[in-house]
Ligand binder design. Structure first.
Ligand SMILES: [Zn+2]
Length: 314
């Protein structure tokens, strides 16, 4: 996601709502590279193991139903297939459903009219989707998000969860942000996370988790999920710090790694606990070196997975 894109307006500086449940993890608990600064991290359970596993059996989910809020795009709409991976073996997350939303779509740039049309996100109208950002060398955010989503899916399936992706490179563009939210809502999801990487100015580094602010307008009503989503986001931020060694972003969120937004359709329309994570800044050379590393992306997925596991297990 790029702050310059229409789906991502510059966040307002966060001033209110001190972290309620965060605990400070002393620098001694994190790798040596992080010494010298403390970070906020969620309290709670242990990790869920390292390493990738083969994905569980994939099944085709029913195509999403029509979007009442959307104006028909010119031409035919693409199929709205959300793939689901059922667990191969029972685990601590048996019975839990997680929706993983890989931000953007590698094909979006080829469909400017389709992704540029507006959809109703309750509080306002905004573009269906955006192209996302990329590193200077051309590694796209969409490729990054899909790769991390696959790694995250595999880790969660290994824990027994049923995981549904909002897109899996199986559609020409999108889905639109409202559909991304609806897939989570329809899947009776226990937790949802949207994967992104930022497109901020070079020199801005680090990750941040975006939490839904409480909104109530039109089809948007996040009042019931704002609290649980904050819990989810705090746990993901804490685990992400611990596993990746990356620092919370220094350019948003006041160094907490947490930012609350009320302008994102994918959050505003969610009826289930959901957060976004900007894993790093693709426009910064040092962050880009991490984001383009498969080993680092595995750590990123691991950190996100551990946060979700902590949230789901309470
Ligand atoms: Zn993005």
């Amino acid at each position: 996601m790029s702050y310059t894109g229409p789906d991502f307006e510059p966040p307002r500086p966060r001033r209110s709502a001190r972290r309620r449940t965060l605990t400070v993890v002393l620098a001694a608990l994190v790798p040596g590279a992080l010494l010298g600064w403390g970070v906020y991290a969620a309290a709670g359970g242990s990790g869920d193991g390292a390493g990738r596993t083969a994905p569980g059996p994939s099944v085709s989910a029913p195509a999403a139903t029509g979007d009442d809020a959307k104006e028909p795009a010119a031409g035919a709409s693409p199929p709205a297939a959300a793939s689901a991976s059922a667990p191969a073996v029972p685990g601590p997350l048996t019975g839990k459903v997680v929706v993983v939303d890989p931000g953007h779509n590698p094909g979006n740039a080829r469909y400017p009219d389709e992704i540029g049309r507006t959809v109703d996100v309750g509080t306002h109208h905004k573009e269906c989707d955006t192209t996302g950002t990329s590193t200077d060398a051309g590694y796209s955010e969409a490729a990054f998000t899909l790769d991390v989503a696959h790694r995250l899916r595999d880790l969660l399936v290994r824990q027994g969860a049923t995981v549904r992706l909002t897109q899996d490179g199986d559609r020409p563009y999108g889905p639109c942000v409202d559909e991304r939210a609806r897939i989570g809502n329809e899947a009776r999801t226990d937790a949802a996370v949207s994967i992104h990487a930022d497109g901020s100015a070079a020199g801005n580094r680090g990750f941040h988790v975006i939490l839904p602010g409480a909104v109530h307008a039109g089809a948007a009503d996040t009042r019931a999920i704002a609290g649980p989503s904050r819990d989810l986001g705090e746990r993901i931020a804490g685990r992400f710090v611990r596993v990746t060694g990356s620092a919370p972003a220094g350019y948003v969120g006041g160094g907490t790694g947490l930012v609350t937004r009320t302008d994102l359709g994918g959050l505003n329309l969610s009826k289930v606990p959901k957060v976004f994570i900007e894993c790093g800044n693709m426009r910064d050379g040092q962050d880009a070196a991490l984001l383009t590393s498969g080993a680092w992306r595995q750590k990123a997925a691991q950190g996100i997975s551990e946060g979700i596991v902590s949230f789901l297990r309470g």
